[in-house]
Design a protein around this ligand. Structure first.
Ligand code: KIV
Length: 272
């Protein structure tokens, strides 16, 4: 029997932990606006992530670095207004938590207070331990994020698979354990070998959600614009597209333009 069946009124950290315990996979997608969040929530998604990937897919930036705390709060408010059932997690953006745990705490509190979100997500392990501890001490649930952490793209220099080497894999395992020990309710693992994803998921009692981390983890997350084919030039191996909305929308708009030009729209039934 499904733990998170659609009739469950609200997904909570408690429900997510029960899903892991009972081996039910967790579904997660990004959302940045009211209309899309409403559809995803109605479809029964378990977690909505107001990701800093908004910087890419909503604002057109090359990286996630430019998006601000205020912009993340704006997106989170729009998503929260739409959601009845899903658990909503919001990314703390680059510069709002690194190297300063008081700033991290204030950023997390602003997100929770101003948007009504249910949790925050931070990228990194031991290096952000103090920030994670301070946020948790305020009663704010924290989701960790390890592996490929896009806010550090200029350190990595590439978006290729992380933790293929033993030393990096070892650090990732230690960071995952640490995040669990200090109280994170879940962890995202991005773009790492599937065997490592499975090993980490099996060694933790909190849910591990993967994006390009294989099928041995406790759930999957993707960027909704990629899943629906609104983006078209991003084709990593881990992505499964369920629609080609870029072409569908383009075709519909071309027909709309043509109907206006020919005078076909509006017809007699479409006017007063
Ligand atoms: O911002 C985002 O979309 C993310 C996912 C890739 C997990 O952090």
């Amino acid at each position: 029997m499904s733990v998170a069946k659609k009739e469950i009124k609200r997904i909570t950290t408690h429900v997510l932990h029960a899903m892991k315990e009972q081996g039910e996979k967790i579904s997660m997608l990004t959302a940045y606006d009211y209309s899309m969040a409403r559809i995803l929530d109605d479809a029964g998604i378990d977690i909505l992530l107001v990701g800093d990937s908004a910087s890419n897919v909503m604002a057109g930036h090359e990286t996630t670095l430019p998006i601000t705390l205020e912009q993340m709060i704006y997106h989170a408010q729009s998503v929260i207004r739409a959601v009845e059932r899903a658990f909503v997690v919001v990314d703390l953006p680059f510069g709002s938590y690194q190297g300063n745990s008081t700033k991290a705490l204030n950023s997390a509190i602003s997100i929770m207070k101003e948007s009504g979100a249910h949790a925050v997500k931070l990228e990194g392990g031991a290096e952000i331990e103090e920030s994670v501890r301070r946020i948790l001490s305020a009663g704010v649930p924290v989701m960790g994020h390890l592996g490929l952490t896009p806010q550090s793209i200029y350190k990595f220099g590439t978006y290729s698979v992380r933790a293929r080497e033993e030393a990096e894999a070892q650090k990732l395992k230690e960071d995952a354990k640490l995040l669990q020990e200090i109280g994170c309710f879940a962890i995202v693992l991005e773009k790492i070998p599937a065997v490592l994803g499975k090993e980490v998921a099996e060694s933790l009692h909190i849910p591990v959600i993967g994006i390009g981390a294989g099928n041995g983890v406790d759930g999957q997350v993707l960027v909704v614009h990629d899943v629906l084919g609104i983006t078209k030039d991003f084709n990593p191996r881990f992505l499964r597209r369920y629609l080609n909305l870029y072409e569908t929308i383009k075709g519909a708009v071309e027909t709309y333009i043509s109907d206006i030009k020919t005078g076909d729209f509006p017809n007699e039934d479409e006017q007063y």
